[in-house]
Design a protein around this ligand. Structure first.
Ligand code: AMP
Ligand code: ZN
Length: 473
């Protein structure tokens, strides 16, 4: 399998440290607010990676942290703790909002068929690990204490900017979110391992440490949790592209300085989902969450389908018109699978082989999910028996996780239960008219809702250049 590795900027053959086993770490959410659908794009793509590795026969051990302390407003260690800001916004304690948004995150994940990693570790549960790491780094001379805080000394490294050399110029130009400079650092690149002093003295969660009462920096959390559960040899580390610098760069610096050898072989970064105005945000405009999509009548899996239609290494632009297209395509795909008769024919392994190969080739090529979807369409068009097609679709869906079989089966059942629509033609025509009007008014969610309503009545629509045609399913 070829995977793009941000460390080498090339696609590389994936070879894990231990044959047959993949140790995989994912930066989890900062639980100060709901996840936006951009965050969830990263988790969908990482989920597909994990599931494909399992499909390919690997024993995957995946660990995720939950950031509930230490992630400051700027990734460059300045500003207020995001958790504290969230708690203040909602007049609750940090632990209360951490619990609430952790649950909300996993509820969103469940709706998107994102598997829960094998280990999910809140950062506040591993303070001893961080203290051990920071002590080790101080002992080895990779860290120093200044004005009460413990900093990592990047000047001790041969190479700090492992992903992108240009980051240095950006950093030195001071463009990173216009933050105030921390004058206690020896070098601009240095970062905090343990805070005992920050401008914000009202930090709610603090722990005793050899350097005084304080709290860990964000970066040390991921190193500590990963080393604790996955050991010193990590195969894949995942995250959104914004995590590459400074977060992952700092994780590598401190982990490798501590263990004394290379830590992680493959860095998997998902490009951003942007809205039409640019960067997705939790504060500006309409805050795009899974719940908002549901309120607007979308099936969350239509969003998963939307993500799978494009490659994880391409920036994806979200708009409701784009989502409408994906929702319509997803719904049509389910229709086509529902039209297959599970009782028809037998499973012919030899005939299935090239279609399985096409799916694997697509996924082996740096997780090309859109080509993998094409493999599903090609399979549907093929001469394989209905039951043969369904067997393969079920197999592919262990990776795609689009409920392809269960949604199609539910549709078949509904169709059987639907009353004969002989006298309902006028109602059908009225609904079609209402849908056409909704489309004209660009109210695509309403148009899709009507399509779904008709589908539930056993009516399928086809948009043709001559207008809408309908037929009984
Ligand atoms: P956070 O909760 O801010 O720590 O982010 C959770 C995950 O979402 C991280 O892996 C980020 O890199 C990722 N992320 C943040 N914004 C986006 C976006 N617009 N598109 C895709 N992933 C994102
Ligand atoms: Zn992390």
């Amino acid at each position: 399998m070829l995977l793009y590795n941000s460390l080498s900027h090339t696609r590389e053959e994936f070879v894990p440290n231990e044959p047959g086993v993949v140790r995989m770490y994912t930066c989890g959410p900062t639980v100060y607010h709901y996840a936006h659908i951009g965050n969830l794009r990263s988790y969908i793509c990482e989920d597909v990676l994990e599931k494909y590795l399992r499909y390919a026969g690997y024993d995957v051990r995946r660990v995720m942290n939950i950031t509930d302390v230490g992630h400051l407003s700027s990734d460059a260690d300045t500003g207020e703790d995001k958790m504290l800001k969230g708690a203040r916004r909602e007049h609750k304690s940090v632990m209360e909002i951490a619990q609430f948004y952790t649950d909300a995150f996993f509820s969103d994940c469940a709706k998107l068929n994102i598997r829960r990693p094998d280990v999910v570790q809140p950062a506040t549960g591993c303070i001893d690990e961080y203290i051990k790491l920071v002590s080790g780094l101080l002992d080895k001379g990779y860290a120093y204490i200044s004005e009460g805080n413990v900093y990592f000394d990047t000047a001790k490294l041969d190479e700090y900017y492992v992903f992108n050399k240009h980051e240095r110029e950006n950093l030195l130009a001071g463009v990173r979110e216009g933050v105030e400079e921390d004058l206690s650092k020896h070098n601009k690149e240095d970062f905090v391992l343990w805070f005992t002093k920050s401008k914000f003295d009202d930090q709610e969660l603090k722990w005793d440490s050899p350097w005084g009462v304080g709290y860990p920096g964000w970066h040390i959390e991921c190193s500590g949790i990963s080393l604790k559960y996955l050991g010193e040899y990590l195969d894949i580390h995942c995250g959104g592209i914004d995590n590459a610098f400074p977060h992952h760069t700092n994780e590598i610096a401190q982990s490798e300085a501590y263990i004394g050898h290379k830590w992680c072989n493959y860095w998997f970064h998902v490009m951003h989902l942007n809205d039409e105005t640019g960067k997705m945000s939790k504060s500006k405009g309409e805050f795009l969450t899974v719940s908002l999509l549901e309120q607007k009548g979308y099936d969350p899996l239509a969003y998963r389908f939307f993500c799978l239609q494009s490659h994880y290494r391409r920036t994806l632009v979200f708009s409701f018109a784009n989502l409408d297209n994906a929702a319509a395509a997803y719904s049509k795909l389910i229709d086509r699978i529902a039209a297959l008769d599970p009782e028809k024919g037998t499973v012919d392994e030899e005939a299935a082989a090239p279609y399985r190969q096409a799916f694997r080739d697509a996924m082996d090529n740096d997780l090309n999910t859109s080509l993998a979807l094409t493999a599903v369409y090609d399979l549907l068009k093929s001469g394989l028996s209905d039951s043969g097609k369904l067997a393969l679709i079920g197999e592919f869906d262990t990776v795609l996780s689009l409920n392809l079989l269960s949604a199609a089966a539910a549709q078949r059942e509904k169709r059987q239960a639907a009353p004969a629509a002989t006298e309902a033609d006028a109602e059908i025509l009225a609904l079609i008219e209402a849908r056409t009007a909704a489309k004209k008014a660009k109210n695509y969610a309403e148009a899709d809702r009507i399509r779904e309503q008709l589908k539930a009545m056993g009516i399928a629509l086809t948009d043709t250049p001559q207008g809408v045609q309908w037929s009984r399913i």
